[in-house]
Design a protein around this ligand. Structure first.
Ligand code: ADP
Ligand code: MG
Length: 645
């Protein structure tokens, strides 16, 4: 338990710092505070103490100056002390930034502003600015940590302990320590700790943590279960098939936490923006400080205004809130069984205007049943060859054929031809089972029928066909409609099945455009053509379309929790077979991006307003500027959390 906890914190902190250092704008935003210290709690306490000490010193200095009217030097010393308690780390960070080729960061802006204020004689203000800035940073970190924790909680679906049965005894151990082959007992109400196979007992399980599917499923001996499933009704024993870290739930968690590190375009926009923004701000401040006094000779006033302007320009709100928004969006999607592998994919998905789909297993259920057997000669011959060839294939069509009654012979030299079928050698004869394209390789010409058929031949002699049919998923046409409503320009079906079958399915689903008889490489070509017309999201089941998943702007894999290839190739993984989650994912993406932009616009607008006020002298108070900065940052953080709902 302790281990897992640590790991989590270690992780989120690492990510945090990755962010900070990757954003030219914001390094130092929180860095100076958490780097040197170990525990988060300890660090927090340290910061509170420092803030309190310097606040007390500050009040003392105020009293000395205004109530007791002590000597100015004494007051100055106390102000400097108050400044140093909270400010020395900021100053150090500012210098570090200068020497690490990242000058002009936030700490630098704050240091110049407050030290400058000391020199213009506004001691109180200088100390106040630094104290408020530190307080603001502290509050922001607190808000960000809290949000992060609640997002992490959301994706933390695996139990920390497991009950294993070793030499007849129940022992409770860390889920981490479960070994492959261990027998794990899972009582009703407990979560399955690791992926495994049920070896005894029967129960129903709730898979919602992994898939978002709320209907429970029955499991009994021989069924596989994944870590994170909630056992509902009876005690089951499972044999562990994966270690904790390799189990689906841990992989999902890793995926989401890793997702954060991948920057979205919006984020890199901020980075580019920062590269221009900070120098511009510094130059503007210099102009404000130097130019007007040449005419009115009011040096102090204008330098003070310039310093206030620098304080205002701190871009903290942007730096903390944009990554947080994306993290929240990704976290909430994961809760619905939609894994998004990076902020950039979230953003691209929201912008996609062409939605392409695979047919089998994606728009259709992918569970075929045999509807007709049309032998050219002997029926048994047809069925035996078909069954023997298909016995080793994982294609949904193969499963239907394998379920037929009949004899199965040993097949050798099995080769699966993606998008065509299977060839093999049975009793020394070259046999094949698949579509018309495959038959053509053997010189057999077959006109495409209206249904999906498995044609069978042996030694170049046609044995007949087995017609199979699949049904459309019941929410397929709703999903297509919803995508249209969400602004999709076009929906396309790309299928390896014959034209007639593909067209029938497409018109039932309400897809605009359909292409059939595509080999996996034809699908890639088709997607490339679509890429010329807009931003393409491709949804497939990972069977015969891993390459397309990778080629599209966003690849969405359906029901792919088990398939590593699809998980790897896809940018978005929908953990169950629910096609309705494609529009859900799009909706989450659009919302997240909208919130990120709201934050950007809001933060910049407030900054601009305060900048104008400070330069024109309407609100020439540095501490007010710090206040505005912190306030905006906190509001943006709160707004970011809306992406979770
Ligand atoms: P889709 O693009 O509709 O998901 P696939 O690319 O998976 O379809 O398969 C395309 C076609 O290839 C199938 O419709 C079928 O005719 C043929 N096919 C592929 N694998 C097999 C197999 N194992 N047995 C029979 N036919 C197969
Ligand atoms: Mg398919």
């Amino acid at each position: 338990m302790a281990h897992e906890h640590h790991h989590e914190h270690g992780c989120s902190h690492e990510h945090r710092h990755e962010h900070e250092s990757e954003h030219e704008l914001g390094h130092g935003c929180c860095e100076h505070c958490c780097h040197e210290h170990g525990g988060e709690e300890e660090d927090r306490r340290g910061r509170i103490i420092k803030l309190a000490v310097s606040a007390v010193l500050f009040v003392a200095a105020l009293l000395c100056e205004h109530v007791f009217r002590l000597n100015g030097i004494i007051c100055l010393v106390i102000y400097i002390a108050a400044f140093c308690v909270v400010g020395y780390e900021v100053v150090i960070e500012a210098f570090k930034g200068l020497f690490h080729g990242e000058p002009l960061d936030e700490c630098f802006l704050m240091t110049v502003a407050s030290v400058g204020a000391f020199f213009t004689g506004s001691y109180g203000e200088a100390a106040a600015v630094m104290i408020l800035y530190s307080l603001g940073e502290f509050l922001q970190d607190l808000a960000v940590d809290k949000s992060r924790d609640s997002i992490s909680e959301l994706i933390d679906i695996v139990p920390k302990t497991a009950t294993v049965i070793r030499s007849g005894e129940y022992i409770e151990i860390d889920a981490d320590d479960v070994e492959i082959g261990d027998t794990v007992a899972v009582k009703p109400g407990e979560n399955v700790p690791v992926d495994g196979v049920v070896i005894s007992g029967r129960s129903s399980v709730n898979m919602s943590a992994l898939t978002g599917e709320s209907l429970p499923a029955d499991v009994c001996e021989g069924d596989s279960v994944l870590g994170g499933y909630l056992n509902l009704t009876g005690e089951i024993r499972i044999r562990a098939e994966k270690e904790f870290d390799d189990s689906a739930a841990s992989r999902i968690k890793g995926l989401i936490e890793g997702a954060e590190a991948k920057k979205a375009k919006t984020e890199s926009f901020i980075k580019r923006f920062a590269r221009v923004y900070t120098p511009v701000v510094v130059i503007l401040a210099l102009i404000v400080a130097v130019l007007p006094p040449l005419f009115d000779n009011q040096w102090r006033t204008w330098i003070h205004r310039a310093l206030t302007f620098l304080v205002v320009s701190c871009p903290c709100a942007l730096v903390i809130s944009v990554p947080l928004t994306f993290f929240a969006g990704i976290g909430s999607a994961s809760r619905k069984g939609i894994l998004i592998k990076g902020a950039e994919h979230l953003e691209t998905l929201g912008r996609a205007d062409i939605f392409a789909f695979d047919k089998t297993g994606t728009l259709t259920k992918g569970s075929f049943s045999v509807v007709n057997t049309v032998p050219a000669g002997d029926v048994n011959d047809l069925i035996t060859v078909a069954k023997s060839a298909e016995a080793h294939s994982n294609h949904p069509i193969a499963k239907a054929v394998s379920a037929l009654e009949g004899e199965t012979l040993e097949a050798e030299e099995l080769t699966e031809l993606p998008g065509e079928g299977i060839r093999c050698v049975i009793n020394g004869s070259e046999c094949a089972a698949g579509n018309a394209k495959l038959m053509r390789r053997y010189g057999i010409q077959i006109a495409d029928g209206a249904s999906t058929s498995v044609h069978v031949c042996r030694d170049g002699v046609y044995l007949g066909r087995i017609d199979v049919s699949d049904t459309l998923k019941k929410d397929a046409s709703d999903a297509i409609k919803e995508l249209k409503a969400l602004g999709a320009k076009k929906t396309v079906m790309l299928s390896g099945d014959n034209k007639a079958a593909a067209e029938a399915a497409a018109s039932a689903a309400g897809v605009d455009e359909v292409r059939g008889s595509l080999l996996p490489e034809d699908k890639v070509d088709a997607v490339e053509e679509l890429l010329g017309q807009g931003s393409v999201a491709y949804t497939g089941d990972g069977i015969n379309d891993a390459a397309v998943l990778a080629r599209a702007d966003v690849g969405i894999a359906m029901g792919a929790l088990g398939s590593d290839a699809a998980i790897e190739a896809a940018d978005v993984v929908i953990t169950d077979d629910n096609i309705g989650k494609v529009p859900t994912a799009v909706r989450i993406s659009k919302k997240t991006v909208r919130i990120a932009w709201q934050n950007i616009v809001f933060a910049i607008a407030v900054k601009l307003a305060v900048m104008v006020l400070s330069v024109t002298g309407v609100a020439d108070m540095m501490w007010l500027a710090v206040f505005a900065d912190t306030g905006v940052a906190l509001l943006c953080a709160a707004n970011a959390m809306r992406a979770m709902k």
